[in-house]
Write a protein of this length. Sequence first.
Lengths: 156, 802
Amino acid sequence: MTRIRTTVDGVRYEDDVEPRLLLVHYLRDRLGRTGTPVGCDTSNCGACTVHLDGRAVKSCTVLAVQADGAEVTTIQGLATNGEWHPVQKAFHERHALQCGYCTPGMIMAAVDLLRDNPTPSEDEVREGLEGNLCRCTGYQNIVDAVLQASGQEVRS
Amino acid sequence: MSEIDPGVVALEAADQISEPDGERELGRRRLRKEDARLVTGQTNWTDNIQFPGMVHMAVLRSPMAHARISRVDVSPALQRPGVLAAYSGRDLAEEQGALPCAWPVTADMKHPNHPPLAVDEVRYVGDGVAVVVARDRYAAADALEAIEVDYEPLPAVVDMEEALKDEVLVHSDLGTNRCFTWPFAGGDYDAARAKADVVVTRRFLQQRLIPTAMEPRSVVVAPIAAAGEYTVYSATQIPHILRLMLAMVTGTPEQKIRVIAPDVGGGFGSKLDVYAEEVLALVVAKRLGQPVKWTESRSEGYQATIHGRDQIQDIEVAAKSDGTLLGLKVDLMADMGAYLQLVTPGVPLLGAFMFNSIYKMEGYSFTCHGVFTTKTPTDAYRGAGRPEATFAVERIMDELAAEIGMDPMELRRKNWIRHDEFPYTTIAGLTYDSGNYEAATAKAIDLFDYDGLRREQEKRRADNDPVQLGIGISTFTEMCGLAPSRVLGSLSYGAGGWEAAAIRMLPTGKVEVVTGTAPHGQGHVTSWSQIAADALGVPFEDVEVIHSDTRAAPQGMDTYGSRSLVVGGVAVHLACQKVLDKAKRVAAHLLEAAENDVEFAGGSFSVKGSPEAKLSIQEIALATFASHNFPDGMEPTLNSDYVMDPENFSFPHGTHLCAVEVDTETGFVKIRKYVAVDDVGKVINPVIVEGQVHGGLAQGIAQALYEEALYDADGNLTTGTLVDYYVPTAADLPRFTTDRTETPATSNPLGVKGVGEAGTIASTPAVVNAVVDAVRPRGVVDVPMPCSPEHVWRALQQGGAK
């Protein structure tokens, strides 16, 4: 067992964990932060994307011990004072989700994308979200939501 | 060819999309009620569920496609820390029953025994052999490797034509790998063929696909052992059917089982099933008296969750030299996999009624052979039989057009059912109630710039451009809204096709809609709220929709086959009418008027001629709650229910046009433009309809260009992870142009047709037709799916060699 100290969505935790424990399972099974789901076992789908010290990571490919001393933000910590993040709002307004399983990871990845590139082109959004799979939407409304959240005109 | 004839223009005027007026909820672009929880992570996926004392189940799976099990020893696993129990198939043989198939398509169909855990023999890689139960998921996974199994290998058979030789039997006790042969005919094909000037034959391959709903399957069973009661949470599309089947399979009294499908993250048919792990979790929870959870990993699910498609299609079309269709002959082989799941054998037969599509002909002949192989079982995947049929007919229409030198759109126009011929009984015996192929096609051609793209194609051909342009057409229809119960009965299906709805009028005037549908992304909470708000004249926000819990929504036939709106949504509408009938009687009593003199509009009842005397439906609801002053002999409730059994299928249709650029040096295909004009009848919520079309297009395009589940000769799934099985990303897919025409269905009072599968059914042939069109001048007449760079390049090499 290894002792780790993390801050998750603003709350400080100190836990003994097995070194092999994945961050996503620490979040879900130990902390009950189940807003972040697991969609695959090969880091292809991105459903489990969270922010580790402000950068998007796939929490199925990060060990909990690697989050020692770090700040983790999940979809459950993205809103501030009850106000949804602009990307959350845009996903709702553009119908960018159907079943919603990919949505937490897609939103966290999109927030990170916009941090690096505040006014991406459509192609840049598509390339930037390549690591996140959605099976319901065909991506068009997701792309439009990200463009809208960036404050740009949306074609459709 | 794209000259639009004046008749069509006139039609278009009659075919305008209806805009909702200010008061109406139907047709309004409502944002979804479902989203708030989903975008904030306040979700309730089955794998989120935790109970005190909950233990985790893991399944040991066969690494061999076919083998005798000579020994299983689970005892070493019991020595591992945190392990409570481990069982082999033999240990559970008395309790586990057999997994059900609800569709015995012929009287002599071979129906192999399908134990949830294999007892004597494994028949595909991934077949369950033993389970371990431990205190957490890691301990359970660790303990699996301690179980000892001795296998005696048997030969695998992965190819359907090999399997039909019966040299290697998947089930030796059946004596054959032929599950069934199902013949069907309309008119006289041989007579039609005898009149033909031209006959075109093709073999098309429907590759195997893996549905890949983003949420892996998961099940939790919470027992109250002393009472013999079990609550089953499952990531399923079919909580109601699952409850019945779990009772039948395990002998648990039906009333003691409650099934809840909490938030479900997509299904696409893969969660329209009764799975081994659902039965095993129940059996283990019974034995241990503790809550049990099982959640598949993605790679595990790729072996243990059903696959889709996998057909060999031999198709022959007979026509006159002027393009008039005479007949169609279809001979199918459909891969069942190693066992029959819930509706496995019925899936290809849903296509039997769709190969003739929108076309008129004199003779039709269809035969389907179901075949066992040592592979993961197949079952319904988005479209289920209809994408396969639509693909084959739309592909061969292009081949026929090429053969007789006719524009492929002109060929379709010559043969489709004209708008003034509806209702039309097809050669396959279905009666299409309505449709307007001319209008949808005219709109699609307009949006697509058909002539401009054909000119560009000519230029690229003339210039011998290494990047060639292709144009693909798909004019399609589908049968959905499954289904009239009597039709299902005539096809030997094991259940009806009705759907239930109930309306509860609360004392505050708020409304609960109870539905038997089981949404998992389709937005029923929003759409059913609109239907109820529209019918009852209450605010959209005042409606709550209750679903997917057999105790709260006790009657239902669940969600699949583009049925939910056409059957379940219409049931909501009709249940609301019954509420209004009751409320009107109460209103008449309270307003001291004759019932015939009471009118309902805008959520209020008033007396004809004296509009100032009115009562809102909310006031009626409160008066009914109190029932102090109530009509004599009337039950003091407005609550009503309705079970809707549809009179017919519904028949959405549309015209999809695709332009692709094919790099003839690399084989790479890029979609340049995609136009989808769908006619799904009246629309409740255009936002949701567009979303359904987009998602359907993505899955159909995925079959055309990207996805393929592959097995090696030994029966190993070589595309067993998301690394190897390519699900397209945002970077792979184009921006779609979608639009609609609106020809209401005449078979239900809302005029709706269903939309969930349309995009998938239409898009695959549109894309492949475009790819073939691009390279046809180079001698290519087909490219096997997926049209990957390799497949296109190889087709070019072979075509060029001719």
